[in-house]
Design a protein around this ligand. Structure first.
Ligand code: HEM
Length: 150
């Protein structure tokens, strides 16, 4: 547990994956009373969808948003601090993810195990675009792994 807290770079990399490939791609809310926003009225009874997939790539918040750049979360830059809802892969507010801490722990443990292997991913990571259903990848995304650390 104490080691997990000492892995800031890994934390930035995980945030960058959360930003570019949020597993929960739409967060829905029912509108309980009329909302006026940006010159539009969103009437009570409608549904509003927040899409982290889109908001996480807003150039007003993230520099060169399509680029994988974990250091954007490091001190001095901290681009996710530019807006309270800049990074919402785990939601936000009263219904934000109850498992956030557990998930962070799991991801760090799993990733540190995976980093014991050399990875060759095919096709090239840059050729892979996010899809709604990861199962769509099953025939096309392949990896060869070789153990490098004991
Ligand atoms: C990578 C892993 C995970 C992601 C990306 C994720 C994402 C999210 C998101 C976006 C929400 C907000 C939904 C909304 O606002 O409508 C949420 C809510 C929630 N998550 Fe997670 N989650 C993860 C893992 C977990 C785990 C491991 C648990 C439990 C151990 C968990 C339990 C919950 C619960 C109970 C809520 C509902 C909270 C509420 O409505 O008050 N999540 N999660």
């Amino acid at each position: 547990m104490s080691h997990l807290k000492q892995l800031p770079q890994m934390g930035y990399a995980l945030k960058e994956v959360e930003r570019l490939y949020p597993p929960v791609q739409n967060i829905s809310r029912g509108v309980v009373k009329d909302i006026y926003y940006a010159g539009y009225c969103i009437p009570a009874g409608w549904y509003v969808d927040i899409s982290p997939l889109l908001t996480h790539r807003l150039p007003e918040i993230y520099t060169d948003p399509d680029r994988f750049d974990p250091d954007r979360f490091a001190p001095l830059r901290e681009e996710d601090k530019k807006h309270p809802f800049a990074l919402v892969g785990f939601g936000s507010g009263p219904h934000s993810c109850l498992g956030w801490q557990f998930a962070q722990m799991e991801m760090k443990i799993i990733l540190s195990k995976l980093l014991r292997y050399d990875w060759i991913v095919s096709p090239e990571p840059n050729a892979v675009v996010p899809v709604r259903q990861p199962s769509q990848f099953q025939d096309s995304l392949q990896a060869q792994i070789k153990k490098v650390l004991s």
